[in-house]
Design a protein around this ligand. Structure first.
Ligand code: ADP
Length: 153
């Protein structure tokens, strides 16, 4: 079984994240969208809200599972029997960061392979940060969000 973990904060999930998962579906038998839970990090949406957003988004997808994890991403992948990490790349800032993390995960994760998909041009400016800023400013961020999530916000 080719299992990939798509790890992230998803604070909140955007259409950009969904696009990466949809485009990765033909590559894997199963994709686990895994929300990292880091007690030292401050989030805008709390854990259960972010998880509900993920559940609402991916409920129609047979090959997609939603989960949370607290341990190192590489160790979580081992527990799940996942040989692949899935990440999206929007720009060179993403690249510099992801390059380091992918090497780290390959080292501690027993050849755990990170698969990168380039952000679709339509979504390359979408980020959870932009969505949070719009919501904080009292604006409507619906255009950035999966329809099922926009309904919940
Ligand atoms: P993290 O805190 O781990 O970066 P995020 O939820 O911000 O978590 O992002 C998870 C993954 O989704 C990252 O690989 C990120 O580059 C990717 N991503 C975020 N937004 C987009 C987008 N608009 N298009 C493609 N990939 C994206």
């Amino acid at each position: 079984m080719r299992i990939a973990v798509f790890p992230g904060s998803f604070d909140p999930i955007t259409k950009g994240h969904v696009d990466i998962v949809e485009r990765a579906l033909p590559l894997f038998d199963k994709i686990i969208v895994a929300m990292g839970v880091n007690s030292e990090k401050r989030y805008f949406f709390d854990q259960s809200t972010r998880l509900n957003f993920l559940r609402a988004t991916f409920q129609p997808y047979e090959k997609v599972e939603v989960d949370t994890y607290t341990q190192l991403t590489a160790f979580y992948c081992q527990e799940k029997g996942a040989g692949f990490l899935l990440r999206g790349l929007r720009n060179s800032i993403d690249f510099s960061y992801e390059n380091t993390i992918a090497n780290l995960n390959a080292t501690i994760g027993d050849d755990l392979e990170t698969v990168f998909l380039m952000a679709d041009a339509r979504y390359s400016c979408y980020s959870s940060t932009v969505v949070r800023e719009i919501i904080k400013g009292g604006g409507d961020a619906s255009i950035f969000l999966p329809a099922s999530v926009a309904k919940l916000i």
